[in-house]
Design a protein around this ligand. Sequence first.
Ligand code: PRX
Length: 655
Amino acid sequence: MTQENIESILTEDRIFAPSEAFRSKARINNRADYDALRARAEKDHEGFWAELAKSEIDWHKPFTKTLDSSRAPHFSWFTDGELNISYNCIDRHLKDKGDKTAIIFEGEKGDTRRITYKELHKNVCQFANALKAKGIKKGDRVVIYMPMVPEAAVAMHACARIGAVHSVVFGGFSAESLKDRIEDAGARALITADGGTRGGKVVPLKAACDEALGKGCKTIETVFVLKRAGNDVAMKNGRDIWWSDATKGQAETCEPEWVNSEHPLFLLYTSGSTGKPKGIQHSTGGYLLGTIVTMNWVFDIQENDIYWCTADVGWITGHSYVAYGPLAVGGTALMYEGAPVIPDAGRFWKICQDHKVTIFYTAPTAIRALMKAGDDYPNKYDLSSIRLLGTVGEPINPEAWIWYHEVIGKERCPIVDTWWQTETGANVIAPVPGAVDTKPGSCTIPLPGMAVDVVDDAGNSISTPDRGGYLVIRKPWPFMLRTIWGDDQRYIDTYWGKFNNRYYVAGDSCRRDKDGYFWIMGRIDDVLNVSGHRLGTMEVESALVAHERVAEAAVVGRPDDIKGEAIFAFVVIRGPRPQGSEADKLTKELRDWVAKEIGPIAKPDDIRYADNLPKTRSGKIMRRLLRTIAKGEEITQDISTLENEDIVKQLQGEM
Ligand code: PRX
């Protein structure tokens, strides 16, 4: 897409200021102070981050060098410092907050647990010792494929404690996707559960592990299995071990492995526009700092807050704002295992009431779905404990924003719309709620120390209000990704190539309004955002063509009321084009196939069959035409070069 295509259409001019009540308790409570902080960061980028890294992190060995740009576009931060993130999230709170609740857990069936910092410390240490007993050591990769239970966070911290690099794979991904990630990471151990509960059903996680391991994954030596759902599972002698057996008799303390600030903390796989998912590699010190400063600035977390981020630990949001951020600042994090609609669409609001949640952070897709279910659900519950609301993952449409503000926040709570990515590690553009007024649909202004800009095709900053361009970050920041695991060239090409290594290119288009507020307009590449989750069109296409009956496939997004974007697949099959009930049967088969290849989130919503795909003379698929058709809009593009114009009617479903 070129910059001329990036036209802005949304206009929303309502402005909401934080209430006096909110402001009076907020850490940063006026715009002048906040602007002064941002100005300081701008004046001395390195000094600003160095000061924060010193004050917010407990270093085992203090750093003397802040930023190393000698290998740009690879950047290292706090390079000679040594620390341990599990120590920073747990041990350092033990003296003053040992008996404070670190994690409140609620299962889908209603079972609850409260885990104090002391208990968390013990659980993490015992599991860390269990990992060590199986020979896992610093630098080894460990894949975690678990339900949303506290042990998922325990497993992450146990890895971090001994310097092992974790890679969490979302429990909704298929055996095939799990296998790809295990193999790419070269993991030595896999941590899973018999099953998790979601949507009233048991998700058979261990069975998926067995399937993945049956197809390859030769590097896996040990599989740790947590008993959670109680479903029957097969255990392979010599390879599989129950969590409870592995931790039995293990010491309750485990000296943290002090690692260099740049030591990889985790890999997290995410979709790009080409090829297989890429393993985004994050550091230890810089990443930790990002989670801490944003918990303070954006979520304004305070001693008695009950903080609930609904994201699964399989996504970056679940890393930064469930497993690490809330604990790093000594807070109380809530974890919920299940779906938002079990037993009904009031579940989230009931949890907020029962556990007196004060900060609630979720995705626009969930807000839209719950809004659709009607106001009676939230109105049944006492939501007066909530003081701050947040959203993440995609632009929030103003209608959903206003509903969130009125029906959930009772016009009392600021909404922080946070823009960031797996790659950025933590929030980048977001309001500081006591200081920055909000506008529905805008993530407002960049955080201090984040040199975000919008540029044109030539890489020049766009100063004209409301003109769309590429969202870029001009200066390195401590919590940025370090590389793509095993594919450094792809890191350089994907994020730095477009403007000759001058800026980090986020892959989003964006405009700035007259007040300097940022409005994200969507992706500029072939990446879909389905329910706030990233999926490459190529990934879904590859899954489709892997089916024996599919010859060719093209996948595009179309707008969807709940999911944001829905997946629309145009498919050419081998042999005659299926019609009627035969087409329906094949559609079901292909949807199930994609679910098996990638995971249920990637199932195409629509599949349409044609004898051919529309291509340009040079053989490129005319995606813009397909997008128009998927939206059901009138075709205005020039299609005169198409060999067979009849296929347009087929693609439109008319014949
Ligand atoms: O397109 C942007 C969108 O989600 C992408 C990042 O996806 P992922 O790495 O999966 O991380 C999602 C959670 C951080 C971005 O490139 N996105 C994320 N947050 C917002 C957003 N779009 C608009 N507004 C947001 N607040």
